[in-house]
Design a binder for this molecule. Sequence first.
Ligand code: LLP
Length: 425
Amino acid sequence: MTTGLKRRTNNIMSFHYKDGYLYCEELKVKDIQEQVPYSPFYLYSLAQLETNYAAYQKALEGLDSIIGYAIKANNNLNLLKRLSALGSGAVLVSGNELKVSLAAGFDLKRTILNGNGKTLEELSLAVEHGVLINIDSEFDLAHIQQTAKHLDKPADVLIRINPDVDPGVHPYVSTGMKNSKFGIRNERLDWFLNEIRKDNLLNLVGVHCHLGSTIKEVRIFRDATEIMVAFMRAIQAEGFSARYLNIGGGLGIDYERTGEEIPTPSDLIDSIRDLLPEDITLIIEPGRSLVGNTSVFVNRVTGVKTNGNKHFIVTDGSMSELIRPSLYDAYQHIQFIEPVDGVAETYDIVGPVCESSDFLGKGRVLPTPYEGTGLVVCDAGAYCHAMSSNYNLKMRPPEYLVDGDSLTCIRRVETLDDYLRVFDV
Ligand code: LLP
């Protein structure tokens, strides 16, 4: 399905510099900052989103497959509508994500519900809409059985396996090891198969795994795929016509910008192509690698200060709007959007939130900016707005989308009235 991709080929210029100014496609980010009535804000490039999706489509050419976009990475309804229009499926981790994916127009037959703690309400929604459901544990299977029986509707299920292949990433984003809170105990597979066999409302249609996130070595996916194919074969040998091989998401992106080679979707798929049995549908669940580099988080410098031997750039954006550096010690590149000629210093870039864990970047060598200078945190499209909060009563920031030379607000800023409304009880 290539609808919507006709305008784009390679060599799109999503974020780039011209004469010292950062551009998003054809628009100068400084001009956008002056025009947008709120700071900080998120700014997206539609061309980058379409290019990223096209890269997955190209990678999967010749394979029966579903691209299941992991909605948790970025749940902006307008972006979801773009992805569903491109033909993407969706990967869900809550009932609300299911409802939002309906609103965004996703084909729910091409969506998968994941989770180690799915509630009966969430499972009911999934069964009603024919969503593929991953079995995560003994109790999760019991809940799925209970739901299918209650609704008297069949449910298509996959078993979530932990391949126990170390993804070599931050422990918080490693999810496929033996001791993970996700997935079944592999040695109990036979028990699961027997339970499913006894239940005429459950159809076992495949196996699922998700190793973790920010993975930069395709060998890890290959090792896991080998294991998953063996599980699939074992299940088929037990008489189940399992058709879906779901290898999850997790491909990393180039946050560090050091020139390191980051595998592309084609590198990933090519690395496992020869392992794939002919009669299967491959499901992949990319989040970060579809949306991560589509956005920058645009801030204004509030001031510059020095304490002891530390220099600080204080921005209006903070851990409330972008928590990855504080939570995972994650590196996201930071740069100015306009020429700055002050003396270079080593700066921590910090927000106004009242705790020392509030930083966007540490130890960055940058020229000393002025008050009001525009600064961006790069690669902010995945797990940034989606993980933002109202901590310190900061409002979740607005989001803007650039398409060529046009700018659209795709989410307004939250207001204090939005906050106060929940107390109208
Ligand atoms: N499928 C499952 C079952 C997942 O748990 C995840 C992400 C994905 C797919 C998508 O993974 P991706 O392609 O985006 O790596 N908040 C963290 C990331 C947590 C990812 C959790 N699971 C961060 O900011 O780095």
